[in-house]
Design a protein around this ligand. Structure first.
Ligand SMILES: Nc1ncnc2c1ncn2[C@@H]1O[C@H](COP(=O)(O)OP(=O)(O)OP(=O)(O)O)[C@@H](O)[C@H]1O
Ligand SMILES: [Mg+2]
Length: 299
């Protein structure tokens, strides 16, 4: 059973269709990157999963239980970090977590150890200052601790790294990797390198629908994402191959670059063998997820 399943989700604001029959499956214990440009509908999807927005159509289940708009029952499985988390800024991180823990009825005997454990996880254990002086990164880290208080089966983070510098981003990614031990994580982002760094799975959202989804390793192995660089000893041979085949480009080092589409690699190798062309280098390159994303979301 998946931690989250969304089937044919449609959401309109007035006559604008923001989500259009969206399908998404988040496997248990995955770190799932939910990727989309600004305005693609990431936050709208997350709020619908939380039962805060009413879908026009579709079905959502969290840990196998159906989400019903306006009801919070399924939210007991979810920890949520909104895009702009708000806190009582006059409290210290411990006071804030303990306060949230009391509201959510964590047994008093467990409260202290739970809060301390989470503050340690997010690197705020020794932070005695009030939240009002916190950097954005510290606030995001505290927000993750808060979202994990109830030991959720699904942790949803809305762009936890987008506003942070590289150091702050790395801290959050490291925390999410640690949190993976205890939960499934869905986080939205438009930073593809963050997805490459920690995600096991990802989905690309474009124009209200998922244009590509699956394991990150599977995406890397997609045929269309394989690229080769071929360097020949003689420039004349390079030109010969350019003329004999379509779908090749020259880079600034006068190397031939091509995608492995419809057996092109073997055709070129065959040609090289037949003509006895000396080869300097043949290299397989992985296309960054960023290029794959740009390709599948092309207007
Ligand atoms: N309450 C609302 N009323 C009307 N339109 C809305 C509402 N909320 C969102 N939208 C529109 O829905 C679209 C998707 O917005 P959403 O906030 O879900 O995108 P997003 O992917 O989270 O973007 P970002 O990366 O900027 O956070 C946008 O065009 C937005 O203007
Ligand atoms: Mg958003």
């Amino acid at each position: 059973m998946d931690a989250l399943t969304i089937t044919n989700l449609t959401k309109k604001f007035g006559d604008k269709t923001v989500l259009d029959k969206l399908n998404l499956s988040v496997p248990k214990h995955s770190i799932f990157g939910f990727v989309g440009k600004n305005g693609a509908g990431k936050t709208t999807t997350m709020k619908t999963v939380l039962g805060l927005l009413k879908p026009d159509e579709g079905r959502i289940t969290v840990a196998g239980e159906r989400v019903v708009y306006g009801q919070t029952k399924t939210n007991r499985h979810i920890g949520y970090l909104p895009d702009v988390p708000e806190f009582y800024s006059y409290m210290t991180p411990y006071e804030y977590l303990a306060f949230c823990g009391k509201i959510s009825e964590i047994p008093a005997k467990d409260l202290k150890s739970r809060c301390c454990g989470l503050l340690e996880l997010v690197g705020l254990k020794n932070e005695k200052h009030r939240i009002k002086g916190f950097s954005r990164g510290m606030k995001q880290r505290l927000g993750i601790a808060q979202a994990l208080l109830n030991r959720p089966k699904l942790l949803i983070c809305d762009e936890p790294t987008s506003a942070l510098d590289p150091v702050g981003r790395k801290e959050i990614l490291d925390i999410l990797l640690l949190a993976k031990e205890q939960t499934t994580i869905l986080f939205s982002t438009h930073i593809l390198s963050d997805v490459e760094r920690i995600c096991t799975d990802a989905a690309f959202l474009d124009k209200g629908t998922i244009v590509l989804q699956g394991s990150v390793s599977g995406m890397r192995n997609l045929n269309s994402s394989k690229k080769y660089v071929l360097e020949l000893a003689d420039r004349k041979d390079t030109e010969k191959i350019m003329q004999a085949f379509t779908g090749l480009t020259l880079n600034q080092n006068h190397e031939l670059v091509f995608r492995e589409e419809s057996g092109l690699l073997f055709s070129i190798l065959h040609f090289i063998a037949e003509q006895k062309i000396p080869v300097q280098k043949l290299e397989h390159m992985e296309i960054p997820l960023e290029d794959l994303f740009l390709e599948v979301t092309k207007p």
